[in-house]
Design a binder for this molecule. Sequence first.
Ligand code: GLN
Length: 430
Amino acid sequence: MSHQVQRYLDQVRGEFAGVDDGELASYIPELTRVDPHGFGVALSSSDGFVYESGDAATEFTIQSISKPFTYALALESVGCAAVDAKIGVEPSGEAFNEISVDKVTKRPKNPMINAGAIAAVSLVPGSSPDERFALIQDYYSAFAGRRLHIDSEVYASEKTSGDRNRAIAYMLASFGVLDDDPDEVLDVYFRQCSLKVTATDLARMAATLARNGMNPLTGRRATDAPVVRRTLSVMVTCGMYDAAGDWVSAVGMPAKSGVGGGILAVLPGQLGIGTYSPLLDSRGNSVRSVLLCRKLSEELGLHFLTVARDSRSTLRAIYEPRDDIRVYEVHGDLLFCGAEQVVRTVDRGCDEFAVGILDVTRVDDIDDAAKHLLSGMGTTLRERGKVGLIVDPDRMVIGAGSEFEDFRFSTVQDAVDAAAAFLGVEGSDR
Ligand code: GLN
């Protein structure tokens, strides 16, 4: 553990410990029985180390933080097109429990408000509420890395006081969004909202999203990358309800809040945060959790649009081992923008050499877009009357069986020898 990080987290939590603004969610009677002073935070690194401060081990109900996970499960189970046919992805700017659908499409505007979340439940496969809920419970548990259980008092309380949600579900049925019995769908929705989590669970669930669906604690895949990308996108635009714009500007992390007092926030590729404090603002977001996330984001530079550094040239060196032969050595992680710079630089220097050699020996990682650009470079050079060779011992760019195999070498020396032989032959022809 890093004592510095731990001390920092304790200190930030301490700063807001005295804030007692906000109200407990009283429209679900059982939620007023919690200790209003509870306050915890947990932060999970992307390799699964968790820092905890305050009441990070206190259980509370997940409530609306369930929504992104059921949405993800629906995406995974029936595919994006079937989900999109029933639920939009537009921010509603409305309260979470608004009885509304999109005026034109008659679908719920997004899966983070109750209407969309209830529709998402109906897309989870299952021939009975029990079967559906079992899938949901397993799915959330895989993200948390431990088995999550229901708070049966909150579930019962929510069920008896859930007229608003019943109104929403029946409205959805009337618009053909729900194909199943609205009461059965609602029963599963109430159960999913009543699953108990801790701030630490939320941090772990967030870290699993940050890791593209791989749970860093268990090492098991909970879902796949396209599902995560879609889910995080909707969390960015709709996760904090009518405060979504403010949240993105100030905090800049895909997040979801729940009336149980939790917030889950994700910094993709980096970390997951879970917070707990049950006093809520007028929008249903936990007052102290929002303050805490704001502060952490500001001080630790967690805004997802913070540019850590400009996309720098991935060119490590350019040299000429012989007249007419020029080697371009690239390194690091290659994505489209880096590869584009390399291709442009080679293109620009093209009149000054006969053979261009691209050395990718030191490339750590490369995506498909960059691979495509770099593998096409030889062809472009040939079109311009040049020879293009590549030094690619680990097959970062040129896969087995590629049409460019003849131009691939394992060392720069081999490539230079081949180039020299070629130029020699060409020279003696003249
Ligand atoms: N179960 C709650 C409801 O449906 C969830 C709302 C929330 O957390 N925002 O009203």
